[in-house]
Design a protein around this ligand. Structure first.
Ligand SMILES: [Fe+2]
Length: 220
C-alpha cells in the first residue's frame, strides 16, 4: 500500500506546557533568600502576597524584587519563555517541525517578568483550581520537598497519585489528549504554561515545607 498520503498532524489548539530544569545554584540561592525572609516576621508581613492569590497556603511572599536582583534566574526565565514562544510558533507555522528554531539564535523576543512569589506549603495546605490574570505565561519552579514526601506519594492510590502534586486541567478531551495532567514536585523542575490554563495543587500530609516559586510573564 502506498504511503504517500502526505499525512500530518496539525494541533493548533492544544495548550502546550514546557518543562525545564533550573540551575542548581539558582535553586540554592532562592532557598537561601526565602529562608532569610521567612525567618523574620516583619519581612513576611511586608511581603505577604496571599490577598492576591487563591491558595490556602501558609506563606505566600512577593518575590518580584528578589527575582530582579538574580541575573542567573532572570536569564533562565527569559530563555524558557523565549524557547516556549518560538517552539509554539514554529509548531504552528511548520506543522510540528521542532528542528526549525533558528529564530532562537538572535533572541530578539523581549520577555517581561510581571510578578513572582514564593509559596511555602505545609501539611494540609492546598491551592484550589485557578488561573493567573494580567500575564501571558505562568510558571512554577520547585525548590523544596518535605522529607518523607516520596514515601507518602508512593503510598497514595496507585493510579491517581496526587498528594502534593500540581495538576493542570483542560476539559476539552480528545483521542490521545488528557484533560488532567498531574505533575509531581521534584526539586529543580520548572514548568511554564499559558496563564489562562486552570491548575490546582493538592494537599499532602508529610511534615516539612513544600516550597515553590511562581512567576507570571508576558511579552514586552
Ligand atoms: Fe497558580
Amino acid at each position: 500500500m502506498s504511503n504517500d498520503h502526505d499525512l500530518r498532524l496539525v494541533a493548533p489548539f492544544s495548550p502546550t506546557i514546557i518543562k525545564a530544569t533550573m540551575p542548581p545554584a539558582v535553586v540554592e540561592a532562592l532557598n537561601a533568600r526565602a529562608d532569610a525572609i521567612v525567618a523574620r516576621q516583619d519581612e513576611v508581613a511586608a511581603r505577604d502576597w496571599s490577598s492576591h492569590l487563591a491558595g490556602a497556603v501558609s506563606t505566600e511572599i512577593r518575590f518580584t524584587d528578589v527575582i530582579g536582583e538574580m541575573p542567573d534566574l532572570t536569564d533562565f526565565l527569559y530563555d524558557v519563555a523565549r524557547t516556549y514562544s518560538y517552539r509554539c510558533e514554529n509548531a504552528l507555522m511548520h506543522f510540528s517541525d521542532y528542528q526549525r528554531t533558528e529564530e532562537l539564535a538572535d533572541k530578539t523576543l523581549r520577555i517581561e517578568i510581571k510578578e513572582g512569589w514564593v509559596n511555602d506549603m505545609v501539611a494540609g495546605d492546598y491551592n484550589p483550581a485557578h488561573f493567573h490574570q494580567g500575564c501571558l505565561y505562568s510558571s512554577v519552579g520547585f525548590l523544596r520537598i518535605p522529607e518523607g514526601y516520596e514515601r507518602e506519594f508512593r503510598a497514595d492510590k496507585a493510579r491517581q497519585n496526587t498528594a502534593g502534586c500540581l495538576q493542570f486541567i483542560d476539559s476539552r478531551s480528545a483521542v490521545g489528549v488528557k484533560n488532567l495532567f498531574t505533575v509531581k514536585p521534584v526539586v529543580g523542575d520548572f514548568y511554564l504554561w499559558p496563564s489562562w490554563m486552570l491548575h490546582c495543587v493538592y494537599p499532602f500530609k508529610s511534615p516539612g515545607v513544600r516550597r515553590s516559586i511562581a512567576v507570571n510573564l508576558a511579552l514586552a
